[in-house]
Design a binder for this molecule. Structure first.
Ligand code: HEC
Ligand code: HEC
Ligand code: HEC
Ligand code: HEC
Ligand code: HEC
Length: 246
């Protein structure tokens, strides 16, 4: 849905086809003998094939999860499960990610937040020993970042939340994740695929934290209406380099 990469394959082939089938001045005019022509065609075809294959390989390498990190699970000090805490226990995102609505960062909960419950619940769990140890020592748990944009990219949670972009649009079904992983590629093209047509993704603000929200059949009109109501900036501004690189 998000990946709008140009189709290297087809455009290269199309170009080659045009090139081969068009005599330069519209007359039946050959610069080469028929066999030389065949050789030229072969060379061009090989070059095109090489470019296409090279393109595909580069595409696969540069956009693969190996590079984008999408889907990769980081080892954490405690195997924290969003599935347990969000789906099974019904805890809202904001209980732990307290600043998602008002700051650039969503925030990671301190040990105290865990201990609100785990000083009473599962108090002998082996798995929770690092949490208790952190609480006793005052040393924070060292969660490993799952998402990490390069420093030259500016990102802000609060603006997205305020304009009706839901957590699940960018993070996927976190409520079903046993261990947290990055859902979207977080490439520039991915950001732009929404900034070019945000109305396809905007939902009512009160649904931002709802993991079960699905776009209605008339999302195109509904999204456009909400975009207007929320005064979402125009595409020019949203795709301007300095919006994300400041
Ligand atoms: C009980 C606390 C708790 C709740 C509730 C909770 N989270 Fe988390 N979340 C955490 C902790 C702890 C981490 C860090 C460990 C990890 O990555 O799994 C985290 C990590 C994340 C990350 C990855 C952060 C990174 O490192 O890049 C995302 C995204 C996230 N949560 C989204 C959500 C969403 C969306 C909801 C609501 C559906 C939610 N969380 C509810 C505690 C919570
Ligand atoms: C428009 C896409 C988008 C939306 C919507 C979004 N996030 Fe994020 N989130 C990101 C990106 C990108 C990062 C990585 C930021 C970085 O590396 O600086 C991130 C990082 C995080 C983190 C790690 C800590 C941090 O703030 O960097 C948490 C936790 C998180 N998001 C939770 C949430 C929750 C909860 C929601 C719903 C309110 C949400 N996100 C909505 C894109 C999004
Ligand atoms: C609002 C209450 C609440 C908070 C806050 C909370 N938990 Fe939990 N946690 C639970 C409940 C209830 C269970 C057991 C239930 C389950 O499996 O759904 C649980 C289970 C766990 C388990 C599994 C324990 C085992 O032995 O199977 C881990 C690990 C855990 N929580 C880590 C954390 C961490 C880390 C935090 C802080 C970021 C945290 N929890 C915050 C309620 C909470
Ligand atoms: C699913 C849609 C969506 C995705 C994905 C998305 N954004 Fe946005 N973004 C928006 C909307 C909507 C706004 C609000 C525009 C406004 O201020 O009216 C916005 C606003 C912003 C702004 C603030 C613009 C301003 O000056 O007001 C920044 C910065 C930004 N996004 C960066 C990013 C980056 C970086 C990524 C990729 C990591 C990203 N966004 C991914 C929808 C999205
Ligand atoms: C909506 C946000 C957004 C906008 C607008 C945007 N970029 Fe980016 N840009 C990103 C993100 C995110 C990355 C990091 C991609 C990654 O790590 O894979 C990036 C990376 C880059 C890079 C590093 C090379 C690369 O491709 O990873 C360059 C150069 C760059 N952008 C230039 C530009 C220029 C020039 C413009 C204006 C035409 C622009 N960007 C507009 C989000 C944006």
């Amino acid at each position: 849905m998000y990946l709008l990469y140009p189709d290297v394959h087809i455009s290269a082939r199309r170009k080659a086809k045009l090139f081969i089938s068009m005599p330069p001045n519209g007359h039946e005019h050959r610069y080469f003998t028929p066999s030389a022509n065949t050789v030229v065609r072969l060379v061009i075809l090989l070059a095109v094939a090489a470019t296409a294959i090279g393109g595909v390989v580069a595409f696969e390498v540069f956009k693969s999860p190996f590079v984008t990190r999408a889907g990769i699970v980081e080892p954490q000090p405690v195997p924290f499960s969003h599935k347990h805490h969000v789906s099974d226990d019904g805890i809202d995102c904001r209980y732990c990610h307290t600043t998602a609505e008002r700051s650039a960062f969503a925030g990671i909960p301190p040990t105290e937040t865990c201990m609100n419950c785990h000083s009473q619940l599962w108090t002998t769990s082996e798995m929770l020993e690092p949490v208790r140890e952190s609480f006793r020592s005052g040393q924070p748990l060292r969660w490993k970042r799952v998402h990490n944009l390069p420093d030259f990219v500016f990102f802000d949670h609060s603006i997205h939340v305020a304009k009706g972009v839901g957590c699940s649009t960018c993070h996927g079904r976190v409520d079903k994740m046993q261990l947290t992983y990055q859902f979207a590629p977080l490439t520039m093209e991915w950001c732009l695929s929404c900034h070019r047509q945000p109305e396809e993704f905007i939902r009512p603000r009160e649904e931002v934290f709802n993991m079960n929200w699905e776009p209605p059949p008339d999302q195109a009109e509904e999204g456009a209406r909400l975009a207007k109501q929320y005064h979402v900036k125009d595409v020019q501004t949203l795709t301007n380099c300095s919006t994300c690189h400041r």
